[in-house]
Design a protein around this ligand. Sequence first.
Ligand SMILES: *Cc1c(COP(=O)(O)O)cnc(C)c1O
Length: 390
Amino acid sequence: MIDTSLDTTAWCKALIAAVEPYYSEHGRAGLHEPWINGNEWQYVKECLDTAWVSTAGKYVDTFGEELAKFTGAKHAVPVVNGTAALHAALLVSGVEENHEVLSPTLTFVATTNAISYTGAIPHFVDSAENHPNIDAKKLANYLENNTHQYQQQCINSVTGRVISALMVVHIFGDACDMAALTTICKQHNLKLIEDAAEGLGTYFGDRHVGNFGTVSALSFNGNKIMTTGGGGAVLTNDDEIATKLRHITTTAKMAHPWEYFHDEVGYNYRMPNLNAALGCAQLEQMPNVLTRKKALHQRYLAETAPLSGGQILQASAGTTSNHWLNTVLLDKGSDKNRALEALNAVNIQSRPVWQLMHTLPMFNHTPCMDLSCAENLAERLINIPSSAFL
Ligand SMILES: *Cc1c(COP(=O)(O)O)cnc(C)c1O
């Protein structure tokens, strides 16, 4: 067999060259670390000085408004984390117990967990051949052959269950083919939900991701492109859904100066003011962060272009990536572990992509289409250091 393994020595050198001078000063490069470089101290201090640290305070509303402006969404509802954002997004989309929700097997576990929280069953979808994002053509073909319509609902012809939604994920900050996926959802009566946890600052055409479906979710976990410590947000362009979102994420409490009346089972998902203060400062830095992320991506591309054994993953034409996590796609037949060992040995913090969802014990009996592309990619993808300050 031909050895197509990554020449790790050459790749390590190229990756180090791309992150000089940071690497030579610190002797390492982390995968993705927060960059605190703006008004973070000032805004957080103000919360502490005034004791407005929790679920009331001006920063929560300001953060929601600024997020809406940044993403072009009509409403942004800040919540405690991205997983809670996904859960709330599914609830307001009418996803119910025993429905199925189509979503990729190649994603972070939070996507699939959130589907399970509603009592719905994940139904796994394959990636494209050379990119972890959903293969829209393959999905369209699959739905054509394995589902039918009954009373304007999409029915899984094998299980007989309603498939109520498609949850797409913009993996590593690269936009999915939202034109094709939007069409598929219309044709098959599926609600479209975007897991845009990794996609703040990512565009399909000139529209920010998270604006294509009914609702979408963002995450501001510590390893995302910007952070609130922990946090997330739900985006929507629908006034009624926004009202519903605000209601169910604040314990479904009816507005009243002193009475505690709740008209349904709600959730305590509202983002605290402290986190929102951090978020306001981080969001101010996003244009600068995006410029730096793009420059780093281009340095990686330039340094590794002459090398064989793998290539830096690139977003599709007509999209603008936020370049959240730079990723090497190793050639077929490569030894991923050898590459990971070599990179981590010189403190280039690198890691494989997540274990595929359909291989995890709690999800290995759920419906799925052929997942051969995701299986193939999972063997070959490595994330490399991508912090904005590199
Ligand atoms: C980070 C992430 C989430 C979850 O966000 P948390 O804020 O960590 O709960 C969901 N989906 C994807 C694809 C993510 O990367």
